[in-house]
Design a protein around this ligand. Structure first.
Ligand SMILES: [Fe+2]
Ligand SMILES: [Fe+2]
Length: 352
C-alpha cells in the first residue's frame, strides 16, 4: 500500500472541508427561505446577492475538495448542529429577526472554518495551499456577508423591539465596512473571484501545479518517511488526474486535437503505472529513489507541457468557454468518482 502524506493532519483538514460544505448547504437553504419570508426590499436585495454568491461558493467548495484529493464526511457534531438549526428555521418558534440572527452566527462559523483551514494548510505544505487557494474567495465574500447581515439585523431588531425604523445610514456603514475588508484582503482575492467558473484549462493547470509542488517538496526533503509520504500523494493525485483525463478530456479533444496527438497522451500515461510500481520497489532512503524519480519526472513534465501548450491551444480554438466550463465540471466529477474508488481500495488494503 502506498503511504499517504501526513495522514492525520490532511484528514483533519478534509473533515473541516466537509463541515464547510454541509454548513454552506444550510446557509443556502436558509437564504432561500428568508427570501420567501422577507418583506423589506433592501434586505431582500442583499439576500438575493448573498444567495447567488453562496450557490457559486458551494461549487468552488466542490472544486477545492476534489483538488484537495481526500474526501471525508462532516463531523457528527456538525451534522447534529445543522439538523437542529434546520428544524428551528423551518419552525415558528423564532421570529424572522431571530432566524436572521442565527444565520449570522452560521456565517461567522463559516468564516472561522475557512480561516482555520487556511492557517492549517500553511502548516501542512505548499501543495495543500495550492489545492485550497480558491477558498480565499469564499472567505472574503463571507466576511462581506457578515457585515451585510449585521446591517439587516440592526434594521429588523429595532423594528421588532420598538415597532419603529432604525436610524438611516446603516447601509452606508455596511458599505464602508466591506470596503475596509476588501482593502485589507488585497488584490489576490479579486483575481480569484473573477474565476467563478473555471474552464478545463484552469482545472488541469491547478492539478499540474499541485503535483509539481509535491515533487519539489519531495526533492527538498531528506527524511525517507516524508519522501515516502510525498510520493504517495503524487501517486494518488496523478492517478486520479490521468484517469479523469482519459475518461472525459481525451475523448472530447480527439476530433480536433488529432488522432496521433491524442493517442500519444494515452500512451504516455499508460507508462506511468509501471514506473510508479518500479519506484515502490526502491527504498526512499537510497539516492536511487530520487534519481529514478527525476528521470521519470522529466517524462511527466514533457507530457504536462504538451497538454498545456498544444492541447490547451486546440481547446481554446475549438471549444466555447461554456463548453470548456462544462468539460471542467465533467472532469471534476470523474476525478471525484476515481478518488472515492481509490479511497475504498485503500481502506480494503489497510484492513488486510
Ligand atoms: Fe495527462
Ligand atoms: Fe494533465
Amino acid at each position: 500500500m502506498v503511504a499517504t502524506l501526513d495522514d492525520t493532519k490532511r484528514n483533519a483538514i478534509a473533515v473541516k472541508l466537509a463541515d464547510m460544505k454541509l454548513l454552506q448547504q444550510l446557509i443556502i437553504d436558509n437564504e432561500e427561505r428568508f427570501l420567501r419570508e422577507c418583506s423589506d426590499g433592501e434586505i431582500a436585495n442583499n439576500l438575493r446577492k448573498m444567495l447567488d454568491d453562496d450557490r457559486k461558493n458551494q461549487g468552488i467548495l466542490d472544486t477545492v475538495v476534489v483538488q484537495y484529493g481526500i474526501q471525508k464526511n462532516a463531523e457528527s457534531t456538525v451534522q447534529e448542529m445543522v439538523a437542529k438549526v434546520r428544524k428551528l428555521m423551518q419552525g415558528n418558534e423564532l421570529s424572522f429577526f431571530e432566524k436572521v440572527f442565527q444565520h449570522e452566527l452560521l456565517k461567522h462559523q463559516q468564516v472561522m472554518n475557512g480561516i482555520t483551514i487556511h492557517k492549517a494548510a500553511q502548516k501542512v505544505g505548499a501543495d495543500v495551499m495550492a489545492a485550497i487557494g480558491p477558498l480565499n474567495t469564499i472567505n472574503f465574500e463571507n466576511r462581506a456577508h457578515q457585515e451585510q447581515l449585521k446591517g439587516s439585523l440592526e434594521i429588523l431588531g429595532v423594528r421588532e423591539l420598538t415597532g419603529q425604523d432604525a436610524d438611516q445610514g446603516i447601509w452606508a456603514r455596511v458599505q464602508d465596512a466591506i470596503a475596509a475588508i476588501s482593502g485589507a484582503v488585497g488584490s489576490a482575492v479579486t483575481q480569484t473571484s473573477d474565476k467563478q467558473d473555471m474552464n478545463i484549462q484552469d482545472v488541469l493547470r491547478m492539478d499540474h501545479n499541485k503535483v509539481n509542488i509535491l515533487f519539489t517538496e519531495l526533492m527538498q526533503s531528506n527524511d525517507p518517511q516524508k519522501i515516502q509520504e510525498y510520493f504517495g500523494q503524487i501517486y494518488k493525485d496523478l492517478s486520479a488526474h490521468a484517469g479523469a483525463e482519459e475518461e472525459v478530456v481525451y475523448p472530447r479533444v480527439r476530433p480536433f486535437y488529432g488522432e496521433a496527438n491524442t493517442q500519444e497522451l494515452y500512451d504516455e500515461q499508460a507508462r506511468w503505472g509501471p514506473w510508479f510500481e518500479e519506484l515502490r520497489g526502491i527504498s526512499p532512503a537510497t539516492p536511487q529513489f530520487k534519481d529514478r524519480l527525476r528521470q521519470i519526472w522529466d517524462q511527466i513534465g514533457d507530457h504536462i507541457r504538451q497538454e498545456e501548450s498544444t492541447m490547451f491551444a486546440a481547446i481554446r480554438n475549438n471549444m466555447s468557454s461554456r463548453e470548456s466550463e462544462e468539460l471542467a465540471r465533467q472532469f471534476k466529477a470523474a476525478k471525484s468518482r476515481i478518488q472515492e474508488r481509490m479511497g475504498g481500495e485503500t481502506r480494503t488494503e489497510a484492513a488486510v
